[in-house]
Design a protein around this ligand. Structure first.
Ligand code: C5P
Length: 318
């Protein structure tokens, strides 16, 4: 271990952070950039589906990760895990030689286009910074988050934000005057994010697909707190055609929700989760009971947004 890594004495204790999923009310995708990413214009909203990340100091040096909850068996516990990457990155940045166990309790559907992995990474940054007593500025944390993934900076903050660049450049000055209610329908299908972006490019090469740059009408509607009925036609996702092209069965799921009376069916990010907008909470609960929708989805969750971002709770000494 280098002198720099040994600089801080080893802290002890446990920090628990709850972190919400994200959805994109508007997801405008530009052309493929030279760096392999696409320019985005997106409106993020954090919704009330939460993972809990608990980081505890350990007698053993190094970092380990354990996972429980919905879809836990699909979450890697090796170097591919974004929360583990986040803790390693923070350890290097903070000159800490970590000895900790990261525990993820999953309620955000895994690989669903809801940024569950990014949310866990954001929560891990917050938890480890607290546990290791690193006094980082918001800007430092956001830069570390952006290095981990395009959605991670938003997951650090939650609420509602406009994202540009590859999604990591955030404007938090949006006013959201109302809460909206959703049914979140997961699907048996699997779509990887890069696969969906490649399909967007392939369809566009064949003149299929749109470019949705105009986000102002949605921003104004959110600011005015317009009812869900008026938000529904403003929901846009340039990846939706690609997701449905890759997994045509999503179209039946979307129709099942619309037939049950949802105001809109909206693919979440790169899918395969589908979001159904409801008039209010009671409507969301009744949609989630619809037999046709229940038969078409893997699982249904009722959620609302926007909600606040990661909330930390220190349990034990540090
Ligand atoms: O940023 P993140 O690691 O989540 O991105 C995963 C993959 O999704 C990237 O490697 C890229 O293929 C694709 N992507 C993209 N444009 C973005 C964000 C992600 O093409 N704005």
């Amino acid at each position: 271990m280098s002198e720099a890594l040994a600089r801080h004495s080893r802290p002890t204790g446990t920090v628990r952070v709850t972190v919400p999923a994200k959805i994109n009310l508007h997801l405008g995708v530009g052309d493929l950039r030279a760096d392999g990413f696409h320019d985005l214009t997106t409106v993020y909203q954090a919704i009330s589906l939460y993972d809990t990340v608990t980081v505890s100091t350990s007698d053993r040096s190094g970092l380990r990760i354990t996972v429980t909850g919905e879809g836990a068996d699909q979450v890697p516990t090796d170097e591919r895990n974004l929360a583990l990457k986040a803790a390693k990155l923070l350890g290097i940045y903070g000159h800490i030689s970590p000895a900790a166990v990261i525990h993820l309790d999953k309620r955000i559907p895994v690989a669903g286009g809801l940024a569950g992995g990014s949310a866990d990474a954001a929560a891990t940054l917050v938890a480890c910074a607290q546990l290791w007593n690193l006094r980082l500025s918001d800007i430092e944390l956001e830069k570390l988050a952006a290095g981990l993934g395009s959605d991670v900076p938003f997951c650090l903050r939650g609420g509602i934000a406009l994202g540009t660049g590859r999604g990591e450049e955030l404007n938090h000055d949006l006013k959201a005057a109302a809460t909206y209610h959703w049914v979140v329908a997961t699907s048996q299908a699997h779509i990887s994010t890069p696969e969906c972006y490649r399909e967007v490019d392939r369809l566009r090469a064949n003149d299929i697909g749109r470019y949705s740059y105009h986000v102002q009408p949605l921003l104004k509607a959110l600011e005015a707190g317009l009812p869900a009925e008026e938000i529904a036609p403003l929901l846009v996702n340039d990846m939706e055609a690609a997701a449905v092209s890759l997994r045509p069965e999503l179209s039946s799921l979307m129709h099942a929700g619309l037939d049950a009376g949802a105001l809109a069916a909206h693919v979440s990010g790169s899918g395969p989760t589908v979001l159904f907008l409801a008039r209010d909470e009671a409507h969301a609960r009744s949609l989630a009971k619809s037999p046709k929708l229940r038969a078409s989805a893997k699982a249904l969750h009722v959620a609302h947004g926007p909600v606040a971002g990661p909330a930390e709770q220190l349990t034990g000494s540090r």
